[in-house]
Design a protein around this ligand. Structure first.
Ligand code: SF4
Length: 254
């Protein structure tokens, strides 16, 4: 190989890998740096929001902004463009999900706006069923049962897709067939090739939101989806009470 070609090869190997904002910039690893920055940004954005007087009226905007930030960070994954997750594929929607209060408020508002009374009654019934099941066993036992999410439609779509939990948005797989095999518990199946970076990105941003809530002396815990959503649907002034620092989710599973 000529010296010129050797030099070009060395330059290429020093360049950042696609999808990684600061690859090669730190000895601690570029992903960690990016994720820490995501947590800090989420904490800062949410912190600013939480200082406003009209927080209860705008809490859905807080959830939207946090989710958009999470999605932006997720798109920096090295696996971006390789995911096989599509509308109408719900193999991963049979597990335990936790949500932060603003996410629960956003989902409840979306359901109230988009569902008929009959559909909402059906969702409530399914939330109750799952909440009771989740309360009656360990989280691991619950997951093993493959509980169908109360928000999954008969044709395997998410009823709240535009405002879905960050935990759901960050669960991305590069093989639909492996997700199907996992769902069907096929003996000898391969593990689901989930996008670890996207999952960590979701966690990083969610942690930033949680930290900002705690600094503002608001409930920043994560609650089991069925419990949290049922509580918000049952409590018309839930957002006002949460914004006043009240314990709206008392008794909900975490
Ligand atoms: S909230 Fe939507 S994406 Fe998440 S598990 Fe339920 S149906 Fe699936």
């Amino acid at each position: 190989m000529s010296k010129k070609r050797q030099r070009k090869k060395q330059e290429r190997s020093r360049r950042a890998k696609p999808g990684r904002a600061s690859a090669g910039a730190s000895k601690r690893g570029p992903d960690l740096e990016l994720l820490e920055a995501a947590t800090a940004k989420a904490r800062e954005d949410a912190g600013e929001f939480l200082r406003r007087d009209d927080l209860a009226a705008r809490v859905v905007q807080l959830a939207d902004g946090t989710r958009e930030l999470a999605l932006r960070v997720m798109r920096q994954s090295p696996l971006e463009g390789k995911h096989e997750c599509r509308a109408g594929c719900g193999f991963c929607c049979h597990t335990a999900i936790t949500v932060a209060a603003p996410e629960a408020f956003a989902m409840a508002a979306y359901l109230r706006e988009h569902l008929s009374q009959e559909e909402l009654a059906e969702v409530r019934r399914r939330l109750d069923e799952n909440a009771a099941l989740a309360s009656s066993m360990s989280r691991q036992e619950y997951i093993t049962r493959l509980p169908t999410c109360a928000l999954l439609t008969a044709d395997d779509n998410c009823r709240v897709h535009p405002v879905r939990p960050i935990a759901c948005a960050g669960f991305l797989s590069t093989s639909r067939s492996k997700c199907e095999a996992e769902y069907n518990r096929v003996p000898g199946r391969d593990p689901v090739p989930s996008d670890k970076f996207a999952m960590l990105a979701g966690l990083a941003v969610s942690n930033g939101l949680m930290e900002a809530c705690k600094r503002a002396k608001l409930d920043g815990e994560f609650y089991e989806l069925n419990h949290a959503l049922r509580r918000v649907l049952d409590t018309p002034d839930a957002a006002d009470r949460w914004a006043r620092g009240e314990d709206v989710f008392s008794g909900c599973l975490k």
